[in-house]
Write a protein that binds this ligand. Structure first.
Ligand SMILES: [Zn+2]
Length: 339
């Protein structure tokens, strides 16, 4: 997508995007090297949208902002858009630093608590049991078994969340931001639309460069998360091209309708690849990784690649294009999809 002509925020600085809206960038220790956070100026104080991952860099970032630009007003609210570690990880400490309450949707709160409350052992056993049912080779199942603190490493504490829903909005000093909740990339992500000024904060659901990860739900791999996301994208494909989009990663852009359509096409191509192979032979989630990515992955990426493969197969099952059955492979029960 073509970026809007706006300079990126410098370290520990905010860029003003509209009379009430500010944009900052927090570093991340991943290949995806930053997240965007947004701050809205209201008559009750600042509303912070997303806290960043847990760690020293994030702590330094907030100390600098709170002691500098943000010091002229209190922090009214901290809104966490979804439970992923790069958005929620520092929420609890930020609440303690500011004295503000944290808000998120009921679905995101519940999903975050589920992951947070799993012991390292329960987490690795759950992951290994999915990898087994996915038909991954033993060496990759071992990677799952050793992948034990993926969530809590970056989320040492969860705040006492208050609930934010679609009936809520943020009243800026001169602006109104309507909340919407969507599922797909996560279970009930919060985003904000400012219709009067044609501004949209879609967080991770509509990104200009990367396709947001759509992974099978670890609690129910038969849940059609891709179906939910495609419903969202269909709606977004009707967005006005003029709306300025300020996403959770990368850069601000316009023509969000085209971006949504490109993401629909991307997923449809992937569904087609899986379906045409399944017409030749029954396939497992592990086969799906080969078909979709043409390579194998190490621990961190394997989690996303296998989840993505399974989410696409599950969607084809919900569309009644594939049927799920089980087969014994190397003494393990494996989910197999047949056309
Ligand atoms: Zn996310």
């Amino acid at each position: 997508m073509i970026p809007l002509n706006i300079d990126l925020p410098k370290t520990h600085r905010l860029v003003q995007l509209s009379p009430d809206l500010y944009w900052g960038r927090l570093p991340l220790p991943f290949r995806l090297n930053h997240i965007n956070l947004y701050i809205i100026d209201t008559n009750n104080g600042w509303v912070i949208i997303d806290a960043g991952i847990y760690g020293d860099q994030t702590r330094d970032y907030w100390r600098t902002l709170l002691g500098g630009f943000l010091s002229e007003k209190p922090i009214d609210k901290i809104i966490i858009t979804h439970h992923h570690v790069d958005h929620i990880g520092f929420a609890s400490e930020l609440a303690q630093m500011t004295g503000a309450n944290c808000y998120t949707s009921a679905a995101e709160k519940e999903h975050g608590q589920f992951l947070f409350n799993l012991s390292a052992r329960d987490f690795s056993e759950l992951l290994a049991s999915h990898y087994t049912r996915y038909g991954l080779p033993e060496a990759e199942i071992v990677l799952g078994r050793n992948d034990s603190d993926r969530y809590r490493r970056f989320v040492p504490e969860l705040p006492d969340f208050k609930e934010f829903s679609e009936t809520n909005e943020i009243n800026g000093c001169n602006s109104q931001w309507q909340c919407r909740l969507d599922s797909g990339h996560s279970s009930g992500q919060i985003s904000f639309m400012n219709a009067a000024e044609s501004l949209f904060l879609p967080t991770d659901f509509l990104l200009p460069r990367i396709s947001p990860n759509i992974s099978a739900d670890m609690r129910n791999t038969d849940k059609d998360v891709l179906g939910d996301y495609l419903i969202y994208l269909k709606e977004m494909s009707n967005l006005s091209p003029a709306i300025k989009i300020y996403p959770g990663h990368d850069w601000p852009f316009k023509n969000g309708n085209d971006r949504a359509q490109a993401l629909i096409n991307h997923h449809n191509q992937r569904l087609e690849l899986l379906l045409s192979e399944a017409k030749l032979r029954p396939i497992s989630t592990s086969d799906g990784i080969d078909i979709l990515f043409n390579r194998r992955f190490e621990s961190h990426e394997l989690f996303f690649a296998s989840g993505e493969s399974r989410a696409h197969l599950t969607h084809l099952m919900h569309q009644e294009k594939l049927e799920k059955t089980t087969e014994m492979q190397n003494g393990n029960e494996v989910d197999i999809f047949i056309a």
